[in-house]
Design a protein around this ligand. Structure first.
Ligand code: MAN
Length: 634
């Protein structure tokens, strides 16, 4: 159905006058149509005009008949049928001849010439860009042609090198395995030698180690005994002192003792075990008292004590029978270490008891404190006497010698262990020795092995990369291969982010605040629809929280050089960028202007002529239209 919208004409920017259209052989003026569209207002063989959007055909006579027939308005370039803002006091740029304001409310200048000039300049600018960019593109296309061939040759060359390297690798592998068998034998023999040497050392020094261990055991036993005796005194004071006496020294000693037990779990355990044992014995003694007399018991007690020490001694002798120097020396050292710790505990207890003995208040006559400190003083005297007897100069020197002997033997054993390790076997062997020669050869073969291995890996990765490039979508004339690896970046941050997009590579977003980089995708494909712009798609970027994998589509328009114009994020994690680049310029295979730089090119001459014609046409137009054109006038 045809319809009419009653209003004045809003002429397109290009609608700067009348052009002629043909109706069945007649020349017809097409008012308001852009000169560049003249060809489109020619009737077809059926006398029909095709709407610009291609959706409909109408008789050519319906053009400019003040009725709207086409959805896109192309059938009414010179009438009011599609106009909207008329006589509103605003000169619409679209209606450059001012015919939208015919009521006289305002007087609109005829700006058609000015706008057309601007348009022509734009067009010329575009043509200039396409010319310069096209020349760059032509070079890129040449480069791409060369690269395609070169890369193909390179793949073949690298594949041949790889084959060669793999052959060498196999030969090397064989040799290495043979030599390793020999090496294993040498190592085994060497180990055996080492074992024999260690056995000899062990035999020679085992006595010293056993003696050292016995000394350490005795020292530990003595130290433990002394700690126990002092702990018993302190326990008695702790539990049985008269708590009504407010003696600061006693309180401090008890606090100190309790803290000592808190931090010395072993001593605390030892004391508690002793106390439990005591309780048990008291219970048994009471039961036995019922049927035996005291005398008999005393004898038993003595026997029990002596048996205890015999047993401990016996156990030690049994251990001393061990002929493994290393194990015995290790035990000796561990025991020595325990003895040192126990002696330190003894010193702590002497500090507590020594202070108590010096400072407790004698006026309170607390017999427990008095007895305990007295016992402490006599014990200390006893220990001193025993130490001066036992740790004579001679004994100390002997002990030192024992320690030195064991230490030296132990170091020798460590050295043998070191030499027994596979990687150190060669160091022990004379260079003239045939064994040394084998090991040296193996060392070289091993070095070669890792070099060839690296070479094969490098070649494989180079081949893979080249093949990947050659298999990628490279666009018309394989243009992308010419810019492979080149990247474009935003000059200034867009919001919080900077962007980098690489041809045949990846797209990234980096935050200016946190510095973190997010992968927006890897180049996947290029599409160049006939009418549309070149579009490069980057996909498979970092997954977006609660969203898709990030991806970017890069629209490329012709430009004399690469320039990233914008990056937007129309949907969460889906980015769109616009790039100006020579790669999207029209491809001009031959560049005659380069060959004849002095002469004006026919293309340029045509452009100038076209501009002149247009200017003339605009000047012929009326400067102002008072009334809208009537349907009959057309
Ligand atoms: C980051 C950026 C943004 C994106 C959000 C989605 O902040 O990659 O572009 O919109 O993550 O969470």
């Amino acid at each position: 159905m045809r319809f009419k919208i009653s209003c004045l004409s809003l002429v397109l920017v290009f609608a700067v006058g009348s052009i002629t259209g043909k109706v069945e052989g007649e020349i017809k003026q097409i008012r308001g149509a852009n000169p560049k569209d003249a060809e489109r207002y020619v009737a077809d063989k059926d006398g029909k005009f095709s709407c610009f959007d291609g959706k409909k055909k109408i008789p050519i006579a319906w053009v400019n008949d003040d009725y709207c027939d086409c959805e896109d308005g192309s059938d009414e370039p010179g009438t009011s049928a599609y106009a909207r803002q008329v006589n509103d006091g605003v000169c619409e740029e679209e209606c450059c001849d001012g015919s939208d304001e015919w009521s006289g409310l305002v007087r609109c200048e005829n700006r058609c010439l000015e706008l057309a000039k601007r348009d022509v300049e734009k067009e010329l600018q575009k043509q200039e860009t396409e010319k310069v960019g096209g020349a760059v593109k032509a070079q890129l296309v040449d480069k791409a042609k060369v690269l395609i061939v070169e890369k193909g040759i390179e793949v073949e060359k690298l594949e041949a090198e790889k084959q060669e390297a793999e052959k060498k690798f196999e030969e090397n592998q064989k040799k290495k395995e043979e030599l390793e068998k020999v090496e294993n034998k040498i190592i085994e023999e060497n180990k055996e030698k080492g074992r024999v040497r260690k056995l000899e050392l062990s035999k020679r020094h085992i006595k010293a180690a056993v003696k050292l261990r016995r000394d350490s055991n005795e020292e530990l036993k003595e130290a433990k005994g002394r700690v126990m005796e002092l702990m018993k005194i302190m326990r008695d004071i702790e539990q049985n002192r008269n708590k009504e006496f407010n003696d600061e020294a006693v309180k401090a000693a008890v606090d100190g003792f309790e803290e000592f037990l808190r931090y010395n779990y072993d001593s605390k355990k030892q004391l508690e075990e002793y106390e439990n044992q005591q309780k048990q014995e008291n219970k048994e003694d009471k039961e036995k008292d019922k049927d035996k007399d005291g005398k008999e018991e005393e004898g038993k007690e003595a026997k029990k004590e002596s048996n205890g020490s015999v047993n401990e001694q016996g156990q030690e002798e049994e251990e001393a029978g061990d002929d493994d120097f290393e194990a015995v020396f290790r035990q000796a050292r561990n025991t020595q270490h325990d003895a040192e710790r126990t002696k330190a505990n003894f010193v702590k207890l002497t500090e507590i008891l020594g202070k108590l003995e010096a400072e407790y208040n004698r006026n309170y006559h607390d017999l427990v404190v008095k007895g305990g400190t007295g016992e402490y003083v006599s014990l200390i005297e006893k220990y001193r006497a025993r130490d001066s007897k036992k740790y004579s100069q001679k004994h100390t020197e002997e002990h030192k010698k024992l320690e030195e002997e064991c230490q030296k033997a132990d170091e020798e054993m460590r050295q043998i262990d070191f030499e027994m390790r596979a990687e150190n076997v060669a160091g022990d062997i004379n260079e003239e020795d045939p064994v040394a020669k084998v090991l040296k050869e193996l060392e070289d073969v091993r070095k070669e092995h890792s070099t060839i291995n690296d070479q094969v890996k490098r070649l494989s990765s180079d081949i893979e990369n080249l093949k990947k490039t050659l298999k990628a979508e490279l666009g018309p004339e394989n243009i992308l291969i010419a810019v492979e690896g080149e990247c474009v970046t935003t000059n200034e941050p867009i919001g919080e982010y900077n962007y980098e997009i690489c041809f045949l590579g990846s797209a990234t977003q980096s935050s200016t605040t946190s510095g973190s980089r997010v992968h927006l995708g890897e180049f996947g494909n290029i599409s160049v629809p006939e009418s549309g712009k070149m579009v490069l798609k980057y996909t498979g970027g970092t997954h977006c929280w609660n969203g898709p994998e990030r991806s970017l589509s890069l629209s490329v328009e012709c430009g004399v050089e690469n320039k990233l114009m914008s990056v937007t994020e129309p949907e969460k994690c889906t980015y769109h960028a616009i790039l100006l680049s020579p790669i999207a310029c029209p491809y001009l295979p031959s560049q005659p202007q380069e060959q004849q730089p002095q002469e004006q090119q026919p293309q340029e001459q045509e452009q100038e002529q076209e501009q002149e014609n247009q200017e003339q046409e605009y000047q012929e137009q009326p400067q102002h239209t008072e009334l809208p054109p009537h349907k009959d006038e057309l």
